[in-house]
Design a binder for this molecule. Structure first.
Ligand SMILES: [Zn+2]
Length: 110
C-alpha cells in the first residue's frame, strides 16, 4: 500500500496486540524487518487463514503504522463480508477511515 495522506498530530491511536474482525481474532505482529507479500515489500499484510496481521515495525512513522493497521483491517472486513473491494478501494477506504478515527476521537471515548 502507498500512503499519501497528511494527518493532524495529537490524536493517539493504539496498536493493539490483537484485533477482532467479526468472529475472527487477528494477532497483530510487529515485524522488525520487511513485510513481504506477493513478492513485494509492503507496510503490512493480513493472513486470513493464520489470523495474523503483520506490520512493519521499522522505517515507518507511527502514523503510517496505524494507517497500515487500518488498511489491513479493511482487508479483513472485506474478506469477512465478501465485499470484493479492489486494492485501490481498500487503500482509499483505509485512509478515509483512519482520518475519520483520528479526527473524531470523542466517538471512541467512554
Ligand atoms: Zn492492501
Amino acid at each position: 500500500m502507498n500512503i499519501s495522506i497528511k494527518l493532524k498530530k495529537g490524536t493517539n491511536m493504539k496498536i493493539p496486540e490483537k484485533v477482532k474482525i467479526g468472529f475472527k481474532d487477528y494477532k497483530v505482529n510487529k515485524v522488525d524487518g520487511d513485510v513481504v507479500f506477493n513478492n513485494s515489500i509492503c507496510y503490512g499484510a493480513i493472513k486470513y487463514d493464520d489470523g495474523v496481521i503483520d506490520l512493519m515495525n521499522i522505517n515507518l512513522s507511527e502514523d503510517m503504522r496505524q494507517c497500515a493497521l487500518i488498511h489491513e483491517c479493511v482487508h479483513g472486513i472485506d474478506d469477512l463480508f465478501k465485499i470484493g473491494l479492489t486494492e485501490e478501494q481498500t487503500e482509499q477506504l483505509g485512509k478515509g477511515l483512519f482520518g475519520f478515527i483520528k479526527d473524531n476521537p470523542e466517538i471512541f471515548k467512554e
